[in-house]
Ligand binder design. Structure first.
Ligand SMILES: [Fe+2]
Length: 207
């Protein structure tokens, strides 16, 4: 019998959290306070970890992230205990702000939780293929779309999402991604995080 293998998958978590409205208001308040009092909130990301704050909304978000990590590990077939810490930071993108293609070294998973995303760009005369405020993930296997034909799963070298408030996304930390520019005067606010594994010899594969 013929066997068709599905090798080297890239698993991405996409989850709109339940009852996010209340916590989002509190988290937005916290990020705005930090944004007022700290000069470089987003680029000084090591000093502003919302997951170290003990408030109902930050505790709620920590629990949601931890549950998502547990579900991700189960989905990829890891059936033994793992331990991690969450390193997070807030992002406030104003008109023109973007984050060029990058990945997150020295961690296992990365993610973003969205507090506020402007609905649409202001009506300027711009290219119709712009996707302001979206996030794009790129196929880590360079060039796999080159020989693709209609209908095969490798035809799109990228995956783009226009986030909405309450959305939690999480992906393998090595995956390249790009945060498209904000093109309007309303802010785009999110909390990003890295999942850093606490080392255990259990992680070593059988060889
Ligand atoms: Fe990132």
């Amino acid at each position: 019998m013929i066997e068709i293998l599905d090798l080297w998958p890239t698993r991405i978590v996409r989850h709109v959290l339940e009852d996010f409205e209340g916590p989002n208001q509190e988290l937005l308040k916290l990020v705005r306070e930090w944004d007022r009092s700290k000069k470089n909130l987003t680029t000084d990301y090591r000093d502003n970890n919302p997951f170290n704050v003990d408030q109902p909304a930050t505790n709620w978000l920590r629990e949601q992230v931890n549950q998502s990590v547990i579900q991700y590990l189960q989905a990829i077939g890891i059936d033994y205990p793992a331990n991690w810490q969450i390193h997070g930071w807030a992002n406030v993108n104003r008109n023109g702000d973007y984050h060029d293609p990058h990945n997150h070294p020295h961690c296992y998973l990365s993610g973003t939780y969205y507090l506020k995303v402007p609905k649409a760009a202001e009506k300027k005369r711009q290219r119709s293929d712009l996707r302001p405020n979206s996030i794009t993930f790129y196929d880590p296997r360079t060039g796999f779309n080159m020989q693709s034909i209609k209908g095969d799963p490798y035809i799109e070298p990228e995956y783009t999402v226009l986030p909405e408030p309450g959305l939690l996304m999480m992906w393998p930390a090595g995956l390249m991604h790009f945060v498209h520019p904000n093109l309007c005067d309303e802010t785009r606010v999110s909390i990003s995080f890295n999942i850093i594994l606490k080392w255990s010899d259990d992680y070593l594969p059988d060889q």
